[in-house]
Design a protein around this ligand. Structure first.
Ligand code: AMP
Length: 306
């Protein structure tokens, strides 16, 4: 199955307790695409960049066999720019700059031959853009996955609910799940969110892993305990890219397979945070990827006698 992902392709400037970067390649769609490409899934991106966007970054995406025909280049515009600084604990960050630039007037246009993509990943963007992408699909995708954040809950609540009603899977973090549902218990929150539309609710808890909810079933994917974490940027998007890349490849959207998909997502996110930006994801080999999937098995399996 083909995976179509919409989201930002951006320049980021990041500061963490371990270092600082100038403008580097970032954006939700970039991380989603790179993570999905590690599964050998056919993935195409829908995004927009400005005339200042370097060709070498488009080449990098193409070298990973990521389809870029849906990335519009506005020659007289500037690429979306985000800058953030992480706190000591690396779990929280402050946004220093968000320059929407070409994103401000972004009207996604899906190329004709991608309108039948079976899996659609809606990266974190304005819900109006996400809705427009859903409406342009020629056939209803077999699976629609949505990533969103508190910013859209605060600013475009009604429109966001409209998008949520149309998706099969939603990925959000724990505080956002509480905000969306008005429930403190994540179990109750996931039940309420399922009533809004999505059959599956994935609640991300940063360095504490992710929970998958479906009806009465629940599954937990841990995050890999790492010696070195340099930059958490893009972890959530890599998780989403790994998850949807795996689902598109395996063509199976049952709960049991979603369990595997969130482990794959967790494994790819664990690589992303080891270096700044996309560097670690780019250099990641198949062998390393598989070895981390094995480590997840060891991390979570045990035997007991009482
Ligand atoms: P994450 O760390 O998973 O939240 O994703 C970080 C990526 O999201 C960065 O590479 C940014 O370029 C991108 N980003 C930051 N703010 C926004 C925003 N308001 N809308 C869309 N993408 C954003």
């Amino acid at each position: 199955m083909k995976l179509l992902a919409v989201g930002t392709v951006a320049y980021d400037a990041i500061e963490t307790p371990f270092g600082k970067t100038d403008k580097i390649l970032g954006g939700a769609a970039t991380y989603i695409g790179l993570a999905a490409s590690k599964l050998g899934t056919e993935v195409n991106l829908i995004s927009v960049v400005g005339g200042d966007f370097q060709q070498k970054y488009l080449d990098l995406l193409e070298n990973h066999k990521i389809g870029i025909q849906g990335i519009e280049k506005v020659e007289d515009g500037k690429t979306f720019f985000w800058s953030g600084i992480y706190h000591e604990d690396m779990n929280s960050r402050d946004t220093l700059v968000t320059e929407l630039n070409v994103l401000e007037s972004f009207n996604p246009v899906i190329p004709e031959d991608l309108k039948n993509s079976e899996v659609l990943m809606l990266g974190n963007l304005h819900p109006a853009v996400q809705l427009s992408v859903i409406e342009q699909m020629s056939e209803k995708p077999k699976l629609i996955v949505l990533d969103t954040m508190d910013f859209w809950m605060n600013s475009t609540w009604d429109l966001l609910l409209k998008v949520i009603a149309k998706v099969d899977v939603i990925t959000i973090n724990d505080s956002e799940a509480r905000q969306l549902s008005g429930e403190f218990s994540l179990v109750k929150a996931a039940k309420k969110i399922q009533q809004l539309g999505p059959k599956f609710v994935v609640i991300k808890k940063g360095e504490h892993g992710a929970l998958l909810f479906h009806k009465e079933q629940v599954f937990f994917a841990p995050a890999m305990p790492l010696e070195e974490i340099l930059d958490p940027t893009g972890a959530g998007d890599s998780f989403a890219g790994g998850m949807t890349g795996y689902l598109a490849k395996s063509e199976d959207f049952a709960f049991e397979n979603l369990k595997k998909a969130i482990i794959v997502g967790s494994a790819l996110a664990s690589y992303t945070v080891e270096k700044f930006g996309v560097e670690r994801l780019v250099e990641l080999t198949q062998q390393e990827f598989e070895s981390r999937l094995e480590s997840f098995k060891t991390l979570t399996s045990y035997d007991y006698n009482i």
